[in-house]
Design a protein around this ligand. Structure first.
Ligand SMILES: Nc1nc2c(ncn2[C@@H]2O[C@H](COP(=O)(O)OP(=O)(O)OP(=O)(O)O)[C@@H](O)[C@H]2O)c(=O)[nH]1
Length: 270
């Protein structure tokens, strides 16, 4: 895991073996899935083959921005920490403003990173967090499966995140956390409601537990695969070599971060 919080970009370490993706990851349920296909797009697959054999140093810059939103206490930080650090924190510590992690993958032989932004669910930090919604390729709206009110609030969270992004520019996921707390029947009922809402949002639904780790890796692999494939196709469409990064680089987001922080200070709304 890289730590860019001191403003320096460390030399990337080799990608760990459990972040290597070859097969196109499956959805959680066909009832609310963004895509049902079982394999990569044929053109993207061919481009990956070329990219893997002629890898360039700037391949490491290929990255997508992921923004995680939802009510306070629904488990956004725990979800990210379970995937990125394989830890689970039982005590609640509110996120203040935003935080981010960079997770590196190798997908079909090509290096790729997800820049995962954890935002605060508390109302008083909202004006800081919204400054970071911009430029997302993936929006993850999170709710607590044991707190049905948090599911009702997800469309509002999504609307706010989409206000800062172009329509149809993002993959949207609806994630129910704390599945370990759910008795079977109640889980099935909640999932049914969540699937209905996911379809309205044009989102893909996943039920996960950061405590047990259930579906956490499967979920992030799916996010990484869809974002990566879109990135490859976009590069090809723009005529750029598929090996040159799309979207945000670490550098450009660092610049965004500083710019947004300056604006926050000026606004002094929080
Ligand atoms: N049982 C169980 N508890 C969880 C799970 N995920 C999170 N929690 C607990 O829920 C509480 C809130 O988790 P956080 O990840 O801090 O919540 P958050 O959404 O980031 O909250 P804010 O930072 O305020 O927006 C913590 O006490 C966690 O231990 C889970 O999968 N299962």
């Amino acid at each position: 895991m890289q730590d860019n919080r001191n403003g320096k970009i460390p030399f990337p370490s080799p990608i760990s073996r459990d972040r290597v993706i070859w097969e196109f990851p499956k959805c959680y349920t066909r009832n609310a899935a963004l895509q049902l296909k079982k394999d990569w797009d044929i053109q993207a697959k061919a481009a990956c083959k070329d990219g893997a054999t002629s890898r360039q140093p700037w391949d490491r810059q290929k990255m997508s921005k992921v923004v995680v939103v939802g009510d306070l206490n629904v488990g956004k930080t725990c979800l990210i920490n379970r995937f990125c650090k394989d830890v689970f924190e039982r005590d609640y510590k509110a996120t203040i403003g935003v935080d981010f992690e960079i997770e590196r993958f190798e997908i079909s032989g090509v290096p790729f990173s997800l820049q995962i932004w954890d935002t605060a669910g508390q109302e008083k930090f909202k004006c800081i967090a919204t400054a970071y919604y911009r430029g997302a390729q993936v929006i993850i709206t999170v709710f607590d499966m044991a707190d049905i009110k948090s599911l009702d609030h997800t469309s509002q969270w999504l609307e706010e995140a989409m206000r800062e992004n172009e329509p149809d520019s993002c993959f949207i996921f609806l994630v129910g956390t704390k599945s370990d707390l759910m008795p079977l029947e109640e889980r099935q009922r909640t999932e049914k409601d969540a699937i209905r809402i996911a379809r309205e949002m044009h989102a893909e639904f996943w039920a996960v537990s950061s405590k047990t780790g259930e579906n956490v890796q499967g979920f992030f692999f799916r996010v990484a695969a869809l974002a990566f494939e879109k990135c490859m196709l976009k590069d090809m469409e723009n005529g750029a070599p598929a090996s040159i990064g799309c979207g945000n680089s670490i550098k450009s987001d660092r610049a965004n971060l500083e710019e947004a922080a300056q604006q926050d200070t000026k606004r002094s709304c929080c």
